[in-house]
Write a protein that binds this ligand. Structure first.
Ligand code: ATP
Length: 395
């Protein structure tokens, strides 16, 4: 096992596409690091450079103590698991798992021991003599994992290994991968575009956008202290609502004007973010997570934390309601929010929109209905603030 270090790693493809730019990542021995970001952000390219499948055009890659920029893939002692399992259809599960060891001409008895140990870890013992076509998708994925495990590599590199599985199996295999990685303690780099997968699996999560690392942090820190609008909007589901507001200082207190309505900024929140005061009298980008809002009709007073609107749409998910309503504050339009909209499959943002669609997660006890007035209580302790031009979080 080993630490993996990327220092200023870059990739420019022969056609001039700059897919990865100055990537710095220190992955500790035994750590599970997830690389996440929208399609085309360069995460697969980064992983393939670590694997030795793609030439590194800038920076230094170290695995363990060795600089491996020019080391061929087979000599890097890393094992890659792909989204297409790349199993040999004519070989049994046993031979598929042991294939790499046979190539390396390990003694038969050792191959048998290692393959059977891996099969036991993966719950494949009963299936060792089957062919891949007689396995379920989840079992095939396990065989692919088994092939990586028996090699006892310094690191696992996984590229969207669960994306061919149905939703239920994906959740099951996600837990499995987490358990196996913990049991084996092998340094792992895992690529996905799925933020839920990233958050549940990673000891730390690295968020990329257009080839550039945006933030690397433990999942909860990404959620609570996103470095910028892109990370804030990418992590969380439904996504954080991002609105243009105006910060006003009144005596010692700050208040936030949002499309003609006002929220009081709690003193504790302002104290935690010393730079917030610099924005007094100016426009500011405000983030409100859906889960930080509730139907005010369910309780609480009118204490500078309530926004009034009309319910447009209610999506009942059983355990919660997703309530859509409009606020007169315009949406935030930056390069980050454009990229997020693209990733969500939306057309480009309407830069002239005078108001925003806001989504709140209400308790199922709420009886709000489309067309009826709604009062929305905002957990103002959990407001997020960003520079409206650079998109950087304000702390
Ligand atoms: P996805 O999730 O869609 O696979 P990704 O984040 O893994 O996306 P990459 O596959 O690493 O992204 O691609 C990053 C960028 O590099 C994209 O703009 C892509 O079009 C480009 N790219 C990838 N491979 C090549 C290549 N062989 N030649 C030129 N450009 C490439």
């Amino acid at each position: 096992m080993a630490q993996v270090r990327l220092a200023g790693i870059g990739k420019t493809y022969p056609d001039g596409t700059s897919a990865v730019k100055g990537l710095d990542l220190d992955i500790a021995d035994g750590e599970f690091l997830v690389l996440v970001g929208p399609s085309g952000c360069g995460k697969t390219t980064a992983l393939r450079m670590v694997a030795g499948l793609e030439e590194i055009t800038a920076g230094t890659l170290t695995i363990g103590e060795r600089v491996v920029n020019r080391t061929p893939a087979r000599d890097r002692d890393v094992a890659m698991v792909f989204q297409s399992y790349a199993l040999y259809p004519h070989l049994s599960v046993r031979d598929n798992i042991g294939f790499g060891l046979q190539l390396r001409k390990l003694p038969k008895s050792e191959i048998k021991t290692r393959v059977e140990a891996a099969a036991a870890t993966l719950g494949l013992t009963e299936h060792l003599d089957r062919r891949p076509r007689n396995l379920s998708g989840g079992q095939r994925q396990r065989v692919a994992m088994g092939r990586a495990i028996v090699r006892q590599p310094q690191a696992f590199l996984m590229d969207e290994p669960l994306s061919n599985l149905d939703a239920k199996l994906r959740v099951q295999m996600r837990a499995e991968i987490s358990r196996i990685q913990r049991d084996l303690g092998v340094t792992t780099i895992y690529v996905t575009h799925d933020q839920v997968e990233a958050m549940t699996l990673g000891d730390r999560v690295a968020v990329m956008k257009k080839g550039v690392l945006q933030q690397v942090a433990p999942p909860q820190e990404l959620y609570l202290r996103p470095a910028n609008i892109f990370v804030a909007g990418f992590i969380g589901s439904p996504a954080m609502n991002l609105l243009q507001g105006r910060l006003v200082a009144e005596g010692g207190a700050l208040r936030l004007e949002l499309g003609g309505q006002t929220l009081a900024v709690p003193a504790a929140l302002a104290a935690e973010r010393p730079r917030l005061r610099e924005y007094a009298g100016r426009d500011i980008a405000v983030g409100i997570r859906p889960e930080d809002m509730e139907d005010a009709a369910l309780g609480g007073g009118d204490d500078g934390a309530v926004l009034a609107s009309t319910t447009d749409l209610v999506e009942a998910l059983g355990s919660e309601l997703l309530v859509h309503f409009r606020l007169a504050a315009p949406p935030v339009v930056t390069e980050d929010t454009r990229e997020l909209a693209r990733d969500a499959g939306a057309d480009d943002l309407d830069t002239a929109a005078p108001d925003s669609d806001v989504i709140a997660k209400f308790s199922p006890r709420s009886t709000t209905a489309p067309g009826s007035p709604v009062r929305v209580r905002v957990d103002t302790e959990r407001l997020y603030f960003f520079d409206p031009v650079t998109g950087e979080a304000i702390w």
